[in-house]
Design a protein around this ligand. Sequence first.
Ligand SMILES: *Cc1c(COP(=O)(O)O)cnc(C)c1O
Length: 374
Amino acid sequence: MSPLPKLTRVINARGAFTPLGVSRSSPAVARAVARALREHLIISELEAEAESALVRLSGAEAATVVHCTAAAITLGIAATITGLSPERIAALPDTTGMKRQVVLPAGHAVDYGHSIVQAIRLAGASVVLPGAESGCDEAQLSAALEGPDVACLLLVSSRLARGRPLDMRAAVRAAHARGVPVVIDGAAQDFRLAELLATGADLVLVSAQKYLAGPTAGLVFGRRELVRAVGAQQHGVGRAMKPTKEALAGVIVAAAERGSLAVEEWRAEQVRRVERFVARVSGIQGLTAASVPDETGLPFPRGVVKLSGDGSAARAAWLAEQLRGGRPSIWVMDQQASLGRLGFELVPLRDDEITTIVQRLSQLMANHTTSSLA
Ligand SMILES: *Cc1c(COP(=O)(O)O)cnc(C)c1O
């Protein structure tokens, strides 16, 4: 497929990253999206089809679709505040007389382009942040859950979360013991949906466009009544966060494709691809490489390329900048550049694109060595 006119060609080794268009959809997903754009259809029917496809995929009691995961956070919180009450739904974001406090462990106050705290406040809620960036223990969580005004507990399952990992099941039990519902933001964790649902959370939120590789949409899974209360927000603050018809159509196909994916074979293939990449990069003077598993348990490793010796941090940053500045523009995970490391996520890449990355790394290292000797 030819690139769009006048746009920079990108090779994205940075992961499911929103500023780079997140993911690549399959031809079947793209066809479903294109077809929906050309048709009139009964949206409630399309929604019902999408919901059954998601229930089949997840085994959750119920599911629905909203505009994106950020929207799902706002609307999931709104649902815990209003339930199915039409008066309350119409009143938001004014939450006068309603339980409106959301408990969010401090290390889970992530930023995915804006702070998740704002997505919560958009529903009219206020946020309590027990613990510290370094972690939140059970006593701190329980104390925060004791408040009379608590609407829900929000947990984030993501590489962005900081501090000692929280035992999600124990946190859910602590909330339920006080009659407080639990919402989990698992935006990029679609492969771990069953595990997140098994924590007992009332709602689990996932992006359709990250590893599921559908169009942009937020997928909401969980308890029937609460999922219905999320859908009901379409007649309230959720109007500006509704799913598009093309997203609903694409989600149906993306969910079916995931349902028929042999995940263990797929995982083995991802491991082999990263091992081949690591072997090729290790042959480049000045670089070593390793295959590193995903720390949240996603079923694929990443290639981590290391620069050694003095000035490795500066050279890693330089390398990332040169890769990005070249054509095609290659984007890598540079969050650990200060440790002299760059990460490469290969999941969406074609073999020819991986070859381009290896060649560019090789040229840049050769030039760098020559120029630093000069
Ligand atoms: C990507 C992400 C979001 C936002 O997802 P969108 O579907 O782009 O709105 C929310 N939370 C986390 C942890 C994310 O990684």
